[in-house]
Design a protein around this ligand. Structure first.
Ligand code: GLV
Ligand code: MN
Ligand code: MN
Length: 394
């Protein structure tokens, strides 16, 4: 089966009729359907499937064991996301197994296809939740207490999905089996001018929540001079983010929630989420410090309060240079390029040799319904992943 054929099989699952694109989030009905689909595809291929203590799914070709070659990605999306971010890595892994099987390849090392849970943090706010839990990069109690926008905790969502949230936490057994991890992913900028490349690094990045508090009141009866409107410092924060992110740094506000959220109501509270990224830890932290200072000033000028919480953080990732150069050579000298997007591979890179293959994105659009990769490029990605797995597992 081709990668695009497999993507077509899930094209209707989680299609978001309101936002466009796909809304597929950790442990929601849609993601559970995708997980079932993946398990069925794995079983069809004779792979043995297991779900680890954090909800990540592993489909094994050969006995699960040490020194395994792992590939895969995630099936969840951002709200209204594209069809490729995550699923392309999963379907390409299945298609690469098909290619290797068809040519009679017998792996010397075990191979597994992994599906990490809630990579985007689209429901519970923390990106790469499954891989962070596995590596201990997030505390299990803290993770269990995360809530979605309806107030449902991760623990309750896992229970509702029929699993046990008490098992969440570092999984040294799963990590000990990984010899190396290679995640294939659609490229998310316009950095790749050939069909396939390898990743060199990921920006340092994090998410911060700003809770501005003021006085809820009437939009018509409250004189402008009498207001303590938390939407005003929230707006200043958006502009501060644009101003502070210079020289390659990025700062984004993609989510604002006013309470109560009425057109004719001055909100009593506004929550704003900031996503900030830069080449290194010091630059990222200084961009965020500047935005925080501006937000505090704007809040006090409006007579509002502000509470700032860091919800996630990851330092710069430099992928294993030996593995990166090895794969680039095996694939005929494909280019290596950095990325501003986060990945489970970035989390695993702190524990095991890790690499990424990128498939060209002709427009550079991602995290949007228009995200795209040409079918020929997707199949070039499958061929590259099959070559990679054959090279590493032979
Ligand atoms: C995930 O794709 C991210 O970079 O936020
Ligand atoms: Mn993404
Ligand atoms: Mn992704």
């Amino acid at each position: 089966m081709t990668a695009t054929g497999l993507l077509a099989a899930i094209a209707d699952v989680g299609a978001d009729r309101t936002r466009g694109g796909y809304s597929r989030h950790g442990f929601d009905r849609v993601e559970l359907e995708l997980r079932e689909w993946f398990v069925a595809e794995a079983v069809k291929r004779g792979l043995s499937v297991e779900t680890d203590r954090n909800g990540n799914i592993w489909a094994w070709w050969g006995n699960p064991g040490p020194d395994a070659v792992i590939t895969g990605s995630h099936l969840d999306s951002v709200p209204g996301g594209g069809a490729f971010d995550g699923p392309l890595g999963v379907v390409s892994a299945l298609a690469a197994v098909d290619v290797l099987r068809a040519k009679g390849f017998v792996p010397r090392r075990p191979i597994a296809v992994v599906v990490f849970v809630e990579e985007e943090g689209g429901r519970f706010g923390v990106p790469c939740l499954g891989s962070r839990l596995m590596t201990g990069a997030i505390d299990a109690d803290k993770a269990r207490a995360l809530v979605d926008s309806d107030g449902v905790s991760l623990a309750d969502a896992i229970t509702a999905a029929g699993a046990d949230p008490s098992t969440l936490g570092p999984d040294e057994e799963a990590l000990a089996r990984i010899g190396c991890f290679v995640e294939l992913h659609v490229e998310q900028g316009r950095g790749l001018t050939v069909a396939v490349g390898v990743a060199s690094s990921i920006l340092a990045h994090g998410r911060w929540r700003f809770t501005f508090t003021g006085e809820g009141n009437h939009a018509g009866a409250t004189l402008m001079g009498d207001r303590r409107d938390p939407m005003v410092p929230a707006a200043s924060l958006v502009l501060a983010a644009r101003k502070a992110a210079v020289g390659g740094a990025r700062a984004t506000v993609g989510r604002i929630v006013p309470i109560p959220g009425g057109t004719n109501v001055i909100p009593s509270q506004v929550d704003v989420w900031l996503d900030a990224r830069a080449a290194d830890d010091a630059t990222t932290k200084s961009v965020v410090a500047e935005i925080q200072a501006m937000a505090r000033l704007a809040a006090s000028e409006e007579g509002c309060g502000v509470r700032i919480t860091q919800e996630s953080y990851g330092d710069t990732v430099v992928f294993d240079e030996v593995l990166r150069d090895d794969l680039s050579t095996v694939l005929g000298g494909v280019p290596a390029l950095p990325t501003g997007a986060g990945h489970d591979a970035g989390i695993l890179a702190s524990r095991v040799p890790t690499a990424m293959l990128f498939v060209r994105n002709p427009t550079g659009v991602s995290h949007a319904p228009e995200e795209y990769a040409e079918p020929d490029d997707c199949e070039a990605g499958v061929a590259a992943l099959a070559t990679t797995l054959e090279h590493l597992a032979a």
